[in-house]
Structure formats: structure tokens, C-alpha cells
Design a protein around this ligand. Structure first.
Ligand code: AMP
Length: 196
């Protein structure tokens, strides 16, 4: 199994690169932001609970995130489709307790994270990209500069330590996330290949 954590701040290009990695390595996609937006769109209890945090640019509490990911992982095991070669985690884990919960879950299934690949993009470029995306995505958290600043601050304070968690396990690698989509994908593939 190839289990990848694609890491980086909001606007780093995780969603775009995830799609390319999924196609290349035949992986299942677990993107917690997308899953929350789906719940919100369907008006589920979980969606309603997550909405206030997402709208404010804050992280959704760990118990809600971990419960949702556990559920998705069990579901992805039970689908009838052709078996996949592993999982790519996009926007998860974003806190140390989430990283620990993920390790425990994968261990219980006899597998583990292969590597974390981090996309490095300067803050100025991130803000520009998020505001551009906001024009078409309709995401409320992509519209205002103030909210984007909060998200970048939360990333630095709470999420960045997750990189150290994987560094300690010898599973961390980073790539320059500025350039063409294809060039960045080539950089990511080169790093992934070092772990398999
Ligand atoms: P994203 O689409 O990954 O940028 O996520 C959008 C928003 O969803 C974030 O700003 C958080 O409010 C929430 N979210 C997504 N993933 C997580 C996570 N792993 N932990 C906590 N909150 C999350």
C-alpha cells in the first residue's frame, strides 16, 4: 500500500496535485475539506457543526475530523470498485492528535503512512492563489483577505508541527510548489519514488 500525506498551507495546490498523484498511482482520495463541504451541501448534522469553524477560517475540532475520516476509511474498504493501491490524504492530518489517530487507524489495518510530501509556496503567492480561486469556487473562506490571514496563521501555529511528527519518523520530504502543474508533479513523483 502506498499511503501519502500531501501537506502544505491553504492554496499550495494540494487538490490539483492530489488528482494527478491519484491517477498515476491509483489511489483513493481522502480530502477532509471536500468531505466537510459535501456534508455542508447535504445539510447533515456534521456539516452544520463544521460550518461555523470553516466560515471563520478555524480548524474543525479533532473529534469531528477523526470520526469522519474513520468512517470514510471504513467505507473505502467496503466499496465494490477495483482495489486501489493506497490512499492520499489531502488536508489531513492538520494537528498532532489527528496524525496520531491516523497512525493508530492504519496500524490496526496492518498498514502505515509511506511518506509526507510538503508543497512549499511563499505566503504572498498563496494569498494571490486563494483570492483567484475564491472568484470561481464561491467558498466563503476564500473571499476575504482577513480570513485567509487567519487560515495561514492557524497553519503555521497548529498544522506545521505535523511536519515534525513525520520528520521524526523519517517520512518527510518537501518540494518547491511554485511552477507549472506538470513541473511540480514531476518533483513530487521524484520524492515519492524515494520512499517506495
Ligand atoms: P481545505 O479545503 O483543506 O482548505 O479545508 C477547508 C476548511 O475545512 C479548513 O479551513 C478547516 O476549517 C476545515 N478542515 C479541513 N480539513 C481539516 C482538518 N484536517 N482538521 C480541521 N479542520 C479541517
Amino acid at each position: 500500500m502506498l499511503n501519502i500525506v500531501l501537506f502544505g498551507p491553504p492554496g499550495a495546490g494540494k487538490g490539483t496535485q492530489s488528482q494527478k498523484i491519484i491517477d498515476h498511482y491509483n489511489l483513493t482520495h481522502i480530502a477532509t475539506g471536500d468531505l466537510f463541504r459535501k456534508h455542508m451541501g447535504e445539510g447533515t448534522e456534521l456539516g452544520n457543526q463544521a460550518k461555523q469553524y470553516m466560515d471563520a477560517g478555524q480548524l474543525v475540532p479533532d473529534d469531528l475530523v477523526i470520526g469522519m475520516v474513520d468512517h470514510e476509511l471504513n467505507e473505502s474498504n467496503n466499496t465494490d470498485g477495483p482495489p486501489r493501491g493506497g490512499i492520499i490524504f489531502d488536508g489531513f492530518p492538520r494537528t498532532i492528535p489527528q496524525a496520531r489517530a491516523l497512525d493508530d487507524f492504519l496500524e490496526s489495518k496492518g498498514t502505515s503512512i509511506t511518506c509526507m510530501i510538503a508543497l512549499e509556496v511563499p505566503d504572498k503567492e498563496l494569498k494571490k492563489r486563494i483570492l483567484e480561486r475564491g472568484k470561481v469556487s464561491g467558498r466563503s473562506d476564500d473571499q476575504e483577505e482577513e480570513k485567509i490571514d487567519i487560515r495561514l496563521m492557524v497553519y503555521r501555529k497548529t498544522t506545521l508541527p505535523v511536519a515534525d511528527y513525520y520528520k521524526k519518523q523519517g517520512k518527510f520530504s518537501s518540494v518547491n510548489g511554485v511552477g507549472s502543474i506538470e513541473d511540480i508533479f514531476e518533483r513530487i513523483k521524484t520524492e515519492i519514488e524515494k520512499f517506495i
